[in-house]
Design a binder for this molecule. Sequence first.
Ligand SMILES: *Cc1c(COP(=O)(O)O)cnc(C)c1O
Length: 392
Amino acid sequence: MTRPPFSTITGADPRVAGGRLIVDLDALAANYLELAERSTPAEAAAVVKADAYGLGAGPVVQTLSAVGCRRFFVALPEEGLAVREAAPEAEIYVFNGLFSPEAAAFYREGRLLPVLNSQSDLAIWEAHGWDDGEEPRPCALHLETGMNRLGLTAERTRVLAQENALTGALTPRLVISHLACADTPGHPMNRRQLESFQELCALFPDSESSLANSSGIFLDGAFLRDVTRPGIALYGGSPIAGPENPMRPVVTAEARIAQLRHVPAGQSVSYGATPVARDTLVAVASAGYADGYHRAASGAGVPLRQAVASGASGFVAGQRVPVIGRVTMDLTLFDVTALGPDTLQVGDFIELFGRNMPIDEVAAAAGTVSYELLTALGRRYERHYVHGEATA
Ligand SMILES: *Cc1c(COP(=O)(O)O)cnc(C)c1O
């Protein structure tokens, strides 16, 4: 596998883009290797749904393949076809199952493996699944153990195991379930789900099993099973509670400064007219909620957010700078008074999150999680895929 080229490969024209995303593929590879190590003796797969959490499935899958990842999970068949292009030999599972018999053609085209979640999925795959001669209708089975989102009930699973032992209609290569509270290690739900899963896995002695997402890898070894399924931790989101993130940051999002303006004490800023108490230097940055910088990250004293008092901060010229007033669709205001009048210029970049501004902190300030910041990034950034500290 060759490494993807070191260049801007997608996104907006860098001469005029409002912001840029820097995706550090070396950090991504290092995070995979770290998770693979922690998953041992299980094998670490990679969850690359939603365009690899917004980072771009092509370069992400190539990078992970190059360091030894050979199984991928996506949510939808078309995402699976994109992964197939980047990883011709990989095993690719599709979480959301089969909505209709027509879906089976996509699975055949991409040699994709459906995760069967329901009676209807089972029936469609039995009737329309692909067959490579040795293994009839290969698939994964999703067993419900407490999430109540997708998955076959315990009763249905028992019946299926008996039937399939007789007919061999399906080849369940893998059985999976999903943890509801893996980010809370002490939660009794984790143990309950593990026990139910162990019991149900015993019905499929020829299948591998998989339970742990990113956070699940950091629970005790019993959760590792045969295959782990990290997503967010690959991309630098913290898999554990608390300030110490064991993963390396992968994505840095930056917005260009469109204007610097002095707002005198007593005036106000942005929609809803947030009052400004002192003379303030404001950097107007060219990214807003349409670029995934959430409106709920708006500055202190903004009445639209009750839960977190302070709002988010950006990072520029070696310092944190708080958001001031409401985040708008295309623009966000930062209070850069502390930097003095001569530090910044129009066209400079303010970091929204990344190497200097931890993504989990920005997410918390917006009342959300790192997953939502990444998957909401949108199409208006120039995108740089880099290796290590290099910049394009
Ligand atoms: C998204 C997803 C994962 C990955 O979860 P992370 O918390 O991002 O590691 C694993 N398994 C299933 C079923 C998922 O939907």
